[in-house]
Design a protein around this ligand. Structure first.
Ligand SMILES: O=C(O)c1cccc(C(=O)CC[C@H]2O[C@@H](n3cnc4c(=O)[nH]cnc43)[C@H](O)[C@@H]2O)c1
Length: 246
């Protein structure tokens, strides 16, 4: 393994990984898994924290903001001649009960835009059935398996929504349309769209902070979910190092 000097940082990892969270507390939960200091780099619309292990992007809430921030980071890396090998979307999420309980970890076999489409008298139609776009990104499955094995995460579909589910009816509708759905969050599909535009593989790892369903803020366990993220990322260095998309 070769030591590389990157803009004042020394790294021993040949795999360049960009980790995108929505908000700073999620970024900090990931950063706590590492001892190395971070160098802050402002980007158009987002801030990147570069560590010796990974680059951490605070990408913002929602798929559009997450896509734009991730695109900035990917373009900046390409322009400095060091493109990323992998993009990881991560943070807290709602879990579909009973399969993904609060405190559990989920890794996405599929990253699905669950509300990108049209309502019709016969129900919801994804944009793909209207004749354009895409609603699904599929991460490399061997990597999904390695991530699940290293962390004990459940593997299944992770939905991206622009509106947080707030009723049992909506939760049941989503689950009926996506029987393999384990979790919903608001950024994965946006991050994946930006990664796909750069030809970069993407994965999504989520820690469940609340059940998907009726809004009940008092039952949220954000601290537990953030602790689960820290623990998970503490176990992942060997996975990043051994992984290659080739
Ligand atoms: O105040 C509320 O009632 C409330 C309810 C749900 C979510 C929020 C957020 O501000 C969370 C947005 C943030 O966290 C991720 N997240 C966490 N749980 C869920 C969920 O059940 N459905 C969708 N997204 C969720 C999301 O990725 C955002 O980054 C406030």
């Amino acid at each position: 393994m070769v030591l590389q000097a990157q803009e004042g940082l020394l790294t021993t990892s040949p795999v360049r990984v960009l980790v995108a969270t929505a908000v700073p507390v999620e970024r900090d939960a990931v950063a706590q898994a590492f001892t190395s200091a971070a160098v802050e780099m402002p980007l158009p619309g987002a801030t990147l924290h570069r560590t010796a292990s990974l680059d951490l992007l605070t990408a913002g809430v929602g798929p559009a903001r997450a896509a734009s921030s991730t695109a900035s980071a990917l373009t900046a890396a390409a322009l400095r001649g060091a493109p990323y090998d992998l993009v990881v979307s991560t943070g807290i999420a709602g879990g579909f009960a009973p399969d993904a309980p609060v405190g559990s970890l989920v890794v996405a076999e599929d990253i699905v835009a669950a509300d990108l489409g049209a309502e019709t008298p016969d129900g919801f139609l994804p944009v793909t059935e209207l004749g354009f776009g895409t609603v699904n990104h599929r991460p490399p499955q061997p990597l999904v398996r390695d991530l699940a094995a290293a962390t004990g995460a459940l593997a299944g579909t992770v939905l991206t929504v622009s509106t947080v589910t707030g009723s049992a009816t909506r939760a049941a509708e989503l689950r009926a349309r996506h029987p393999r759905a384990l979790a919903e969050a608001m950024e994965g599909f946006g991050v994946a769209e930006a990664a796909a535009a750069h030809g970069t593989p993407v994965v999504e790892i989520r820690a469940v902070s609340n059940p998907v369903g009726p809004r009940d803020r008092a039952t949220w366990r954000i601290g537990d979910a953030l602790a689960a993220l820290t623990e998970a990322f503490g176990k992942l260095a060997p996975v990043w190092k051994s992984w290659t998309s080739a």
